[in-house]
Unconditional design. Structure first.
Lengths: 244, 244
DNA sequence: CCAAAAGTGTTAACAGTACACCCATGC
DNA sequence: GCATGGGTGTACTGTTAACACTTTTGG
């Protein structure tokens, strides 16, 4: 008995749902939390805005079981934005599987979120089955027609990130440019959480990270821009400085 | 054109994975964090221990899209333990979807965890395709042959709960009996996190919860048990006291 | 000099930690 | 009485929060 038939013998025979990955791609630009949305070019929800995403490749399901969920997420991100896994912070968010969430049939969607640094935000444009693609301010989402249950997915992503940025430094690290000022980092926190942070108190946290070696001085200085005293530039020690 | 054919027109035609829910059912008894495991009676992994779980019912996928993921989790819990959703704290954990995690074919598994109060721990026994079922101490899991990637799922659940119990009171609420002593609550925290908590300092947190009305005095008193001064009994205000 | 933005210092309140001590019960 | 576990008090430390203040730049 060959191995494949030995496997096939135990094959499940139940009805199966489709499985997709949906990507909540976020970045902070211009004092604003922005989200990548695709305008659907097909039914259902033609003309509505939706999260980028697509089907998980499953192979024949026996010999070739297809791609990992994480790989599917990275692939979708690459296809829609050109970004690679090294450029962003990517993490699974939640799996949405209510019956009826897609009128075409049963679809279970594994949602991921991706945080894009401000200095790597790609220009986006219409793709295969997308009529259009743009970055939309999260604060203006209520005026937008979203497809499927994507409003729920986005709301959960924003809530999760707002909570997690306080204790997981990687989130802020992955939203800020390679070199950044104290005020820029602070504004990332403010935009993501919706809170105001006292400048002095925030700087104390910041200075502690310098003492701990988490943050280091950035080599160059930024071109003198607006009015007021020019700010020091810093960088996270870990990776991004030497990374690329 | 009937509604069903209008929908069928848009039906997805991709290869689809099977989707299951796996349940990490935990409780704290006898100073120990315990986990419900099933001994598999069939290949693959016959004789190995596995998490309770099963397929998500999908219906025909068009007119009837089957059950929600959450409903599937509640149903599996009920089938294996007799517990209802009201008895436990139930939450989605993570979705495991690596290719090759099940030798029979592509399976995406949505993992949930359920926390069972110490006074509602059901007796369990062998079921349909389970040779046996028991509560096993999490600290002794390294000696046990686990099926599939269930060791990873359990590890993630334990880690998540250990982190979350510190800031989400619902977890401790759902592990402790309807009425409980300060020491019992403290031991739940100790067993779940693996830390030691200073009695006095823990009691301060506890007393603050009383001031805030989160915890109230429990009516009766417990039968005099061991040596030493008998402890006061308390209950969480919210629900469990009046709940049933 | 003035506006604007960067950056520092001071204080009080609060929460966490370590540790010593007292109270009530069974035997 | 004494062992056992329940329960409290105190002093120290570190973090947070509010707010006033100084520094450096462009015009």
């Amino acid at each position: 008995m060959s191995r494949s038939s030995a496997r096939a013998k135990f094959r499940y025979e139940h009805a199966r749902p489709s499985v997709t990955v949906d990507m909540v791609v976020l970045t902070v630009v211009d004092f604003d939390l922005k989200l990548l949305l695709i305008e659907r070019g097909q039914e259902p929800f033609e003309g509505h805005w939706a999260l980028p995403g697509g089907f998980v490749q499953v192979g024949d399901g026996i010999e070739d079981q297809g791609e990992d969920l994480d790989v599917a997420a990275v692939r979708e991100l690459q296809e829609e934005t050109g970004l690679s896994a090294r450029d962003v912070f990517l993490e699974q968010l939640y799996t949405f599987g209510k019956a009826g969430r897609d009128p075409r049939g049963r679809v279970v969607s594994v949602a991921y979120y991706a945080l894009v640094p401000a200095d790597r935000v790609p220009r986006v444009r219409a793709g295969d089955d997308a009529a259009d693609a743009t970055w939309i301010s999260v604060s203006r989402l209520d005026r937008i027609d979203l497809a499927f249950d994507h409003a729920d997915i986005i709301a959960l992503a924003v809530e999760r990130i707002a909570g997690k940025i306080e204790y997981d430094l990687r989130l802020a690290m992955s939203l800020v440019p390679r070199s950044f000022t104290k005020a820029e980092l602070r504004r990332v926190f403010e935009v993501v959480t919706g809170n105001d942070y006292d400048k002095s108190n925030f700087n104390k946290r910041f200075n502690r990270m310098i003492e701990d070696g988490v943050i280091v001085d950035a080599p160059g200085k930024r071109a003198g821009s607006g009015p007021g005293r020019p700010a020091h530039l810093y960088a996270f020690a870990g990776k991004r400085l030497a990374g690329l």
